[in-house]
Design a protein around this ligand. Sequence first.
Ligand SMILES: [Zn+2]
Length: 353
Amino acid sequence: MKVMKAARWHAAKDIRVEDTPIPSPNDNQVKIAVKFTGICGSDLHEYTHGPQLIPVDKPYSLNGHQGTTTLGHEFSGVVEEVGKNVKNIKKGDRVTVEPIFRNPESPFVTTGEYNLSEPLGFVGLTSNGGFAKYVVVEDYMVHKIPDKMTFEQGAIVEPAAVAAYAIHQSGMKMGDTILITGAGPIGLLTVQVAVAMGASQIFVTDISENRLKKAKEVGATHTFDARDKDIPKNIKELTGCGVDVFIDAAGVQASFDTGINSLRNGGTAVLVALFAKEVVHDALNHTLRELTIKGTAAYRNIFPQTIALINSGRLPVEKLITSVISLDEIVEKGFEALTKDPSEVKILVDISR
Ligand SMILES: [Zn+2]
């Protein structure tokens, strides 16, 4: 049996770099030799208090995957082998992966809203992922990347697509003002997309000074300590009547309240963060101020635009990379570093290192 090294989740606080069989593709799958894989907030949740999305009690119905899982859903690589039904992808293609599973029976796949298909699942959570030398994915997940795009950039397409989709769903227009709560990777990528889309003022809140500094570096016009109670008042003074768009990339009661209170009447809120707890919400205020509050589940139909924007140089996602580590270092310099060190933003694992 041929084996490869992979970072595998066994339980919370138990990720092991160990040998695992090299996977081979079925007729509709693609095998990729992985170059770079990013550590995502959702990987971190699995590490600190998982399982959250990893199917432990019963198998994921679309592929039968269950239990111990190779993490990693933000990656780039080179196609190694394709199944016999795969038409548009060939060996040697440079690619990135849109890791959402689509249930072929779902009515939402027919309508093109494939991210709403159930049961929700991702490569690297409900199948083995990219913290390994090789990964096998469904053919519909694979996107080619341009020759001049680096594999490091290719590994950040996935989180950038989350940000691009959030801005797209917000209906933000050129010259609009925007508040982004939370300056983690998704919040910072949202700042970059807002800059590329022509926002006039970009407000960012976080509790980490380091992250607010990073937000300024990538294009925020104003930053606030998230604990400051006067944020809505300050934003109203700076904008006249409040921001046109609020993106919640923090996902707690305080960020939600700050955002709703900072919106202009008629404004739009987009909830991107995965809220860990329920929030209390004033529905009458919502009605009387004609607010729109939307949720976004990852992304759909936006990878090609995100890839093009990164390739154009107008979405410099590589600025968010704070460390590049080897697979062997993933627990200490990856997961542990992200839980302890607020100056870390995006950590990439160089699989060939
Ligand atoms: Zn992610």
